[in-house]
Design a protein around this ligand. Structure first.
Ligand SMILES: Nc1ncnc2c1ncn2[C@@H]1O[C@H](COP(=O)(O)OP(=O)(O)OP(=O)(O)O)[C@@H](O)[C@H]1O
Ligand SMILES: [Mg+2]
Length: 364
């Protein structure tokens, strides 16, 4: 673990390197390929937004990287290198040194992840005592400081309260305080704000951003909120059917998105400087069956721009012109074929009165 402790604290360079990660769940219906060959890297101190339809594998990806899935029900292959060390294949016992002190997670619903029967104070001090061997007094003082950091008023009083005595926003702040307690280098935030009202959402995101800058943490932020991805990420990864289909720096992605899926998902482009809290667009048609994914591009059956090749051959991630931008599509947004099809669709909609850009078989 020494490598993690020293390398993980560096200020620049790659922190996380995921290569050909596959998370398969054997079920009665067959093997669910929830994550199916995902590769990416994340630099220290950066935020990667992960977007994609419901069921595209965002949560399973985060949990796989953190090693939170049971090896009894999951087949995990590939590689997850964190601060240069391989995490895949480690037992829960070995991972316990990493959880909390190196990687932490904020879950969507703080009510289910906080222990309802344990006082707030104990829930924050426990990891400090376990991971950092802190004596009780010091752990309590640290808990108070952490609660101040996440702007919980009257922290001394809150220490003695139970989760049900706190509002949703305060509970989420407690979750963040617990996640930050041992100074992790990497934070996973899976829809951290969906249960909260808009003003509190903005405060929590600001808080995560502030803590991230102060601590040079890397963050993986899973969200359905377009304003959040636009305003609070350095890079965006787009997932579809267990695959990563496009990734780019945030401004580059909004300016030059290549996948028709990304275009459909991020259709109502928000202002980059303002969280608009618009949900990602719902795309007509059904996500792919992860037991029997379609041949070719997994999005092709729903893509208005798909051609024969897309149904036969699967596109691999290839670099776009913009730096750090990769995408998996044969006929990307902006290509001659894309424009040709767009013109056809516009023509068709004029004659049939259907909205332009909408495919005939439940496409975009
Ligand atoms: N333990 C499991 N056994 C079988 N299938 C699973 C298991 N866990 C997740 N899945 C399946 O894996 C796929 C990906 O699920 P995941 O929860 O990662 O989606 P998601 O992108 O996080 O969706 P959402 O936006 O709704 O949170 C889904 O089809 C889900 O049903
Ligand atoms: Mg999820």
């Amino acid at each position: 673990m020494s490598g993690l402790q020293t390398e993980g604290r560096g200020i620049s360079g790659t922190l996380l390197e995921v290569t050909d990660l596959r998370t398969h769940f054997p079920t009665e219906r067959g093997v669910v390929r929830a994550v199916d060959g995902v590769s990416f890297t994340l630099e220290r101190g950066k935020t990667l937004g992960v977007v994609g339809e419901s069921g595209s594998g965002k949560t399973v990806l985060s949990r796989s990287i953190m090693g939170l899935l049971s090896p009894r029900t999951t087949i995990l292959t590939g590689s997850v290198k964190f601060a240069g060390e391989e995490l895949l294949g480690r037992s829960a016992k070995q991972m316990r040194n990493v959880w909390g002190s190196e990687m932490a997670m904020i879950f969507q619903d703080p009510m289910t992840s906080l222990n309802p029967l344990m006082k707030i104070g104990k829930q924050i001090t426990e990891p400090l005592k376990i991971h950092l061997d802190m004596p009780a007094d010091e752990a309590k003082a640290t808990a108070v400081r952490l609660m101040r950091d996440v702007r919980i008023p009257e922290p001394e009083k809150r220490l003695e309260q139970y989760p049900y005595e706190l509002s949703g926003g305060m509970r989420q702040r407690v979750m963040i305080a617990i996640a930050l307690a041992c100074g992790p280098t990497m934070l996973f935030a899976d829809e951290p704000t969906t249960a909260l009202d808009v003003t509190v959402q903005a405060q929590i995101l600001e808080l995560i951003g502030e803590q991230q800058r102060d601590r040079n943490m890397s963050v993986i932020l899973v969200t359905h909120d377009l304003g959040v991805v636009a305003g609070h990420t350095d890079e965006i990864a787009v997932m579809y059917g267990g695959r990563l289909v496009e990734k780019a720096p945030t401004t580059e992605l909004f300016a030059n998105m290549k996948m028709p899926y990304t275009e459909a998902l991020l259709q109502s482009i928000p202002r980059l400087d303002q969280a608009s809290h618009t949900r990602l667009t719902t795309i007509p048609g059904r996500p792919p069956d992860l037991v029997n994914p379609p041949k070719g591009c997994r999005f092709a059956p729903r893509c208005a721009y798909a051609r024969d090749r897309c149904l036969e051959e699967e596109p691999t991630l290839t670099p776009a012109e913009g730096p750090g931008h990769v995408f998996a599509c044969f006929y990307p947004v902006g290509s001659d074929e894309y424009h040709e099809r767009k013109a056809e669709l516009a023509q068709r909609s004029q004659t049939s009165g259907v909205a332009a850009g909408t495919g005939s078989e439940g496409g975009l």
